[in-house]
Design a binder for this molecule. Structure first.
Ligand code: C2E
Ligand code: MG
Ligand code: MG
Ligand code: MG
Length: 279
């Protein structure tokens, strides 16, 4: 709130910025009531084991539909929820409901959940996480937490402690959107990530033979291999890209080619279809 009212940089004179602040204000008011009004749903996007082309899990992606605002993209409302400190209750809802849903899937599959810096710095985060696991019955080994490089900027050493606690439960830890952030390799030494998700920009560059992207994907895969981490290629949109990233040694593939984010019932049907095919 103080961000909008204080620092009178914008002052409301610049029409575009004024619109932007007004849009934000309206959206924040709606977001405060969204949980109570049942406006959130969960979508699930398949993650595929590269060499066998079979689904090994799903990433849960939050969706918000408000009667006045319509569908709002997470790219818009997640940063807003972070600023307004609403990410803690919203993130808790996601964790609890996604863990319950994953109990309907085969036991050798995993659930990936995105977690923001503001959740990791919440003193109750570990309690919330443990409670989500125990109340659903989901074994910790079936859960992966995805964080981006930005958490290291915001939270300093505190984030590293929480990451260690998450790992000590047996929960996996993925470094999301790798390559788009600050790309200091220091935190790969400080934290034992179990997986690196290579950002779509490098994935698509590598598939189009952009030399720099190719070099970066090769280097990241080699680094991950030698540190005992797996790699996921994000944003794979066609067969050629899937083949290319598999050949480059990525262990897992995710993207529209294998499936868009979909409602929970469609996600569990994919498992049934796959089991029938392999039977
Ligand atoms: P992310 O975790 O990197 O998720 C991947 C994003 O890429 C998703 O966007 C997904 O729909 C999109 N995507 C997947 N495959 C493809 C593809 O082949 N092509 C293209 N063009 N895009 C693809 P989405 O669902 O809009 O989510 C955006 C971001 O919002 C996520 O990025 C994540 O950072 C955040 N987010 C989503 N749900 C949650 C949540 O429950 N909690 C938190 N803290 N953040 C979330
Ligand atoms: Mg993610
Ligand atoms: Mg990502
Ligand atoms: Mg992202």
């Amino acid at each position: 709130r103080s961000k909008d009212e204080g620092g009178n940089k914008h002052h409301g004179y610049e029409p575009k910025l004024h619109m932007h602040a007004e849009e934000r204000r309206i959206m924040e008011i709606a977001l405060r009531k969204a949980l109570a009004n049942d406006e959130f749903t969960l979508n699930f996007q398949p993650i595929v084991r590269a060499e066998r082309e079979e689904i090994c899990g799903f990433e849960v992606l939050l969706r918000w539909h408000n009667p006045e605002l319509g569908h709002v993209s997470p790219a818009k409302f997640i940063p807003l929820a972070e600023d307004a400190r609403l990410i803690v209750p919203i993130g808790r809802w996601v964790l609890e409901n996604a863990c319950k849903e994953a109990m309907n899937w085969p036991v050798d599959t995993k659930l990936s959940v995105n977690v923001s810096a503001g959740q990791l710095s919440d003193p109750n985060f570990m309690t919330i996480l443990i409670e989500a696991l125990s109340s659903s019955g989901l074994p910790p080994q079936r859960l992966d937490i995805e964080v981006t490089e930005s958490i290291f900027l915001h939270e300093g050493t505190m984030a590293i402690d929480v990451l260690d606690k998450i790992l000590s439960l047996g929960v996996g830890l993925s470094l999301d959107d790798f390559g788009t952030g600050y790309s200091s390799l220091g935190y790969l030494r400080k934290t034992r990530f179990t997986n690196i998700k290579i950002d779509r920009s490098f994935v698509q560059g590598a598939a189009r033979d952009v030399p720099e992207s190719l070099a970066i994907v090769r280097a990241v895969v080699a680094l991950a291999d030698s540190l005992g981490m797996s790699t996921t290629a994000e944003g794979v949109e066609d067969e050629a890209e899937a083949r290319r990233l598999t050949d480059l040694g990525c262990k897992k593939i995710q993207g529209y080619y294998y499936g868009r984010p979909m409602p929970a019932d469609e996600a569990s049907q994919l498992f049934t279809l796959q089991q029938r095919k392999s039977a």
